[in-house]
Ligand binder design. Structure first.
Ligand code: ZN
Length: 138
């Protein structure tokens, strides 16, 4: 986490908001995280999703229960961003899904409108119901 968030324009990378960011759907290579890391995998197809090192918070709530906030994820596709009012106020969020089995996993915060929530911008929520700890680490 960096201090003094100066909210640079366009930091989200994809230039959020464009509803038709048609990316080529053909992607056959799956990303793998370093085996030494504790990783979370898709519970449905076992594709790697995130490293434990990228975990920011476990105290989020998804539609199906607990959800984790990650700094970065892999093998995850992103739908169009849309504005939603969440428990913590208005956000622009995009649904995210497993690129290997296409299961919806959670969402990405594209934009937060309240300054206290800015830390979530560009971060990913994955619901616990869709993750499994690779190799059962604890
Ligand atoms: Zn999957």
């Amino acid at each position: 986490m960096r201090d003094g968030v100066t909210n640079r324009a366009g930091v989200a990378g994809e230039g959020g908001g464009s509803a038709t960011a048609a990316r080529t759907p053909v992607k056959t290579f799956q990303a793998y995280l370093p085996p030494a890391h504790r990783t979370y995998s898709c519970i449905h197809c076992r594709a790697h999703l995130a490293s434990h090192d990228e975990l920011i918070s476990k105290s989020f709530q998804g539609s199906q229960g607990r959800a984790y906030l990650f700094n970065s994820v892999v093998n995850v596709g992103c739908g169009p961003a849309e504005e939603r009012v969440l428990l913590t106020g208005l956000h622009a969020v995009a649904d995210i899904y497993c690129e290997c089995c296409k299961t919806m996993l959670g969402w990405k915060y594209e934009h937060a409108f309240e300054s206290s929530q800015k830390y979530k911008e560009g971060k990913f929520i994955i619901e616990l119901a869709h993750m499994v700890k690779e190799n059962g680490w604890d």
